[in-house]
Ligand binder design. Sequence first.
Ligand SMILES: C[S@@+](CC[C@H](N)C(=O)[O-])C[C@H]1O[C@@H](n2cnc3c(N)ncnc32)[C@H](O)[C@@H]1O
Length: 248
Amino acid sequence: MTSHDGPARYGHLDCNSPIAAWRLDRQVEECAAANPQVIVDIGCGWGELLQRVTAKVAGAKAYGIDSDAELLERGRAGAASRGIADRLEFVEYRGEDWTEPADLVISIGAVHAFGTAADALRKLYKIVKPGGRLLIGDGVWNRVPTEAELAAMWPETSLGDWFSLPEFVDAAVATGFRPLRVESVEQSEWDDFESQFLADKEVWLLGNPDHPEAAAVREQADAHRNWWLRGHRGLLGFAYLTLGRPVE
Ligand SMILES: C[S@@+](CC[C@H](N)C(=O)[O-])C[C@H]1O[C@@H](n2cnc3c(N)ncnc32)[C@H](O)[C@@H]1O
């Protein structure tokens, strides 16, 4: 379904991950404070965080890597409106194949591109320059789910899909990183994210109840809301780790 005759995609979201405005502001400040001169965001989407950090660090060269051309276009428009299009390049590329090292590597909600979170940490370590940083975000189990709870999540979800928060941090340390900040979102950040994700469809349905696609859109929205409220809500958290790679 195209955006001109159906719901928009991500039109109500500033970032495509659960994060409160205050937390995003702090991440931007902390990422910029390290003065990274080369920045890469793997699985950037439209790269709101990436755009904001790049705008704050004078002279930094930044790359946003994603496989979704439509999201990259939104990123390019944002970079142009912030006056940083000459320093921030959005590249359609497989994130797992990116090899150019950076002072700051960002990868939020995209570990599946590498396999598991442990795979992502190992592969991303190689592109963080010694002395540089990684900001990584991924889901974490708040507690061990029961079989019934797993079944209420999307098909083929398994316990091994996510770490708990301590396991995620342990995996980062085992990879060679040191943790500079460990944070996990509040339930309200997940609820805001899922509500805003669904708002494209819900607002469109209110204005287009008899559209030929309305029944399918309604079914998708109801299924997603069910998966959220009866599936992962309260069970799945989301963690951001700011990690440092030691100098050599
Ligand atoms: C949950 S979104 C997060 C986007 C962004 N990091 C944010 O927080 O707003 C995950 C992103 O990873 C991208 N992605 C998934 N697999 C990828 C791959 N193999 N290479 C590059 N990008 C990928 C998707 O297109 C999507 O934009």
